[in-house]
Design a protein around this ligand. Structure first.
Ligand code: TYM
Length: 344
């Protein structure tokens, strides 16, 4: 039986939602709504793999929800919810903890980066984080997962987990009426000119929520002056812009700013260089600041408006969670049958 297509993706409520999250993920979530059933999840269980102040976690959860809606995600037609309201994520993650191999987890570069030198001090949750991510997706039998480039390895692991589960439990899966496997192998959707937005201060480092200097990123809540200032101060090189994409090789800062422009204008890097090839950075940065302000400040404004009514945001999240349960509960129940758990 072919699996119905379904889109799932998640964003962590860990503060400082930035242009990388917006171009690499959220804008693409918005596009996929036109012809797919989508679930967009604020992944609070993932957030606590590193300590979060409880008040801030709640505030950040509402902030990501507001960013989704202000960017154009429609919570009436699609499902927007926070992960901890659907307990199936944690239940399926436990089963996957028993399917995934230590050797697989040991290869995860994001764990190595986040745990840093003192691995002994990292939480156990941080280590099994990718198993929870696989559970997020597979709890809904989701088939397509829009993410930025940095999540590619986690998606490959989710596919490995689905495949191993399908193999390990082939006998009971066939008996349950799924000759082609119970879990679909989810496909990453990593497309467009801005799947890896880099720091404004160092074109070899990813733009990140956790980078100490706020000047390295543009936040969705930055005002026009701050956006212009950050772009003006962004690192560049002394050459004018090239006329072709090939000329961006070995020029990480130029490549990054051109990619950001392309992402915001929804055109290709080639198109950007057709217009700006030969231009100085000061001219290009002026145009980029104007474009970024026009795209982002209405979103920041709407986020602030939405956040003024937290009761309404909480209502949207619990309505989404109820509808997420409707999809997840029968899949989780079947999973339990397949594994051999007795249930009433
Ligand atoms: P998170 O919260 O770190 O980031 C959310 C999304 O933003 C993308 N992203 C970027 N894209 C381009 N350039 C950047 N500099 C950049 N920084 C972040 C991320 O790739 C991501 O798509 N593990 C995930 C959340 C998650 C998830 C899931 C995603 C949990 N469960 C299930 C998909 C499916 C994460 O930490 O994303």
């Amino acid at each position: 039986m072919a699996h119905k297509t379904r889109v799932f993706s998640g964003v962590q409520p860990t503060g400082n939602l930035h242009l990388g999250n917006y171009l690499g993920a959220i804008t693409r979530f918005v596009k996929l709504q036109a012809d797919h059933d989508c679930l967009y999840c604020v992944v609070d269980l993932h957030a606590i793999t590193t300590f979060q102040d409880p008040d801030e976690l709640a505030r950040n959860t509402r902030e990501v929800t507001a960013a989704f809606i202000a960017s154009g995600i429609d919570p009436a037609r699609h499902i927007v919810f926070n992960q901890s309201q659907v307990s199936g994520h944690a239940e399926l993650a436990w089963i996957f903890n028993c399917v995934a191999r230590l050797g697989w987890l040991n290869r995860m570069t994001q764990f190595k980066e986040k745990a840093g030198k003192d691995r002994e001090a990292a939480s156990a949750g941080l280590y099994v984080y990718p198993n929870l991510m696989a559970a997020d997706i597979l709890l809904y039998h989701a088939t397509h997962v829009p993410v930025g480039e940095d999540q590619k390895q986690h998606l490959e692991l989710a596919r490995d987990i689905a495949q191993k589960f399908n193999n390990d439990f082939a006998k009971t899966i066939a008996r349950a009426g799924y000759p082609d496997g119970f879990f679909p192998l989810p496909e990453p959707l990593i497309t467009g000119p801005a799947t890896r937005v880099m720091s404004l201060r160092d074109g070899t480092r990813k733009m990140s929520k956790s980078e100490e200097s706020d000047m390295t990123r543009i936040n969705l809540t930055d005002d026009a002056d701050l956006i212009a200032k950050k772009i003006k101060k962004a690192k560049t090189d002394p050459e004018p812009l090239p006329s072709e994409v090939k000329g961006l090789e070995a020029r990480p800062e130029a490549d990054n700013l051109v990619g950001i422009y392309a992402g915001l204008a929804e055109i290709s890097k080639d198109d950007v260089l057709r217009e700006f090839g030969g231009a100085t950075f000061s001219k290009f940065k002026e145009a980029l600041a104007e474009l970024a302000t026009a795209r982002l400040t209405p979103i920041g404004d709407e986020m602030r408006q939405l956040l003024a009514d937290p009761v309404e945001i909480d209502r949207i999240l619990s309505d989404g969670a109820r509808r997420a349960h409707d999809i997840a509960d029968p899949i989780l129940a079947k999973t339990k049958d397949i594994v051999g758990f007795i249930r009433s």
